[in-house]
Design a protein around this ligand. Structure first.
Ligand code: NAP
Length: 285
């Protein structure tokens, strides 16, 4: 079986590596070729363009920034897509994006699985992502099997688009939790307290949250190596807010997170981890 991975950024490159380790034949393409080239040493065939990558492939995986990038890439590959091939669309694209890409799959006669992922760089490298898969039931078993090398958990959620809906719910939690942690650490620092004291108070009890320790450590050091970059988090906040508007929900905490993400993005932190939203809360820009 040949898997074509389109997009070898933080997530796509880690996923491609795990499929290679599992013995699959993997072709990779990335707009900036230099990011795909290190995968050649791990056994991947590096393609010059999306069409070469998908030529005759049984499975196409898209792991790109947003729905526009996915649509443009699939359009560029369209001449060589094999009708009946499986398309695992794993980028975070929101509701409108998932529907738009499902229509594109139909026009290319591909079997479309909407399968966004939960987990950042480290779980992706360890093959421990959670995949929120949804699509036609007849491909369920082969998709679950295919996901084994990259996922600790593969949920099958029903018709295509359900995965993208749940992904927005999960990221609502991720973004608002990080905003909450950033607020607590900013206030602690401004009041002359050590953030570690806050972590000690919540530690081990019902108020505790692993994420507060992970993101809090970055905030205390004011160093934000990217795991979930600011720019991607802003894109996701906008997708969540669009879903909230169409569903008639007031997502004020997501608005607050988006505002802090916008502020830090404007101050050259767009490629750093979203924990940098702390700097906006602390007004330390
Ligand atoms: P990333 O490292 O920033 O990679 C983004 C990828 O998209 C790169 O391959 C980039 O190509 C490509 N790209 C952007 N615009 C493009 C365009 N117009 N045409 C073609 N390619 C384009 O991001 P990532 O973290 O791997 O994220 C990939 C997807 O996974 C996103 O949808 C993200 O929301 C989702 N996700 C990320 C995380 C996370 O924690 N990182 C977790 C769950 C889901 P270049 O290299 O040329 O820029």
């Amino acid at each position: 079986m040949t898997i074509a991975v389109l997009g070898t950024g933080i997530m796509g490159s880690a996923m491609a590596r795990n499929w290679l380790k599992a013995g699959e034949t993997v072709r990779v393409w990335n707009r900036t070729r230099a990011k795909a080239e290190p995968l050649a040493e791990a056994g991947a065939q590096v393609a010059d363009d999306p069409a070469t990558a998908v030529d005759g492939a049984d499975v196409i995986v898209t792991m790109l920034f947003d729905a526009d990038a996915v649509a443009a890439t699939m359009e560029a590959a369209s001449d060589r897509l094999r009708p009946g091939a499986l398309w695992l669309q794993m980028s975070t694209v929101g509701l409108e994006g998932a529907d738009r890409l499902a229509e594109l799959a139909l026009s290319y006669e591909l079997r479309y699985v909407d399968a966004p992922v939960v987990g950042t760089k480290e779980p992706a490298e360890q093959g421990k992502l959670t995949v929120l898969a949804s699509g036609p039931d007849e491909v369920r078993d082969s998709v679950v099997q295919l996901l084994r090398p990259i996922a600790a958990k593969a949920l099958w959620l029903g018709p295509a688009g359900t995965g993208s809906r749940l992904k927005l719910v999960v990221n609502t939690w991720v973004l608002t939790a990080t905003e909450g942690v950033a607020n607590a650490f900013a206030l602690a620092d401004a009041l002359g307290l050590d953030g570690a004291a806050f972590l000690e108070v919540i530690g081990g009890g019902p108020l505790d949250l692993k994420y507060a320790h992970v993101k809090g450590a970055l905030m205390m050091r004011r160093e934000f190596p990217p795991s979930f970059p600011v720019n991607g988090a802003r894109k996701d906040a906008n997708l969540i807010l669009a879903a909230g508007r169409s569903a008639g929900v007031d997502l004020a905490a997501v608005e607050a997170a988006r505002s802090h993400l916008d502020t830090v993005a404007q101050r050259s932190h767009r490629d750093e981890d979203m924990a940098a939203m702390y700097l906006a809360a602390r007004r330390a820009l």
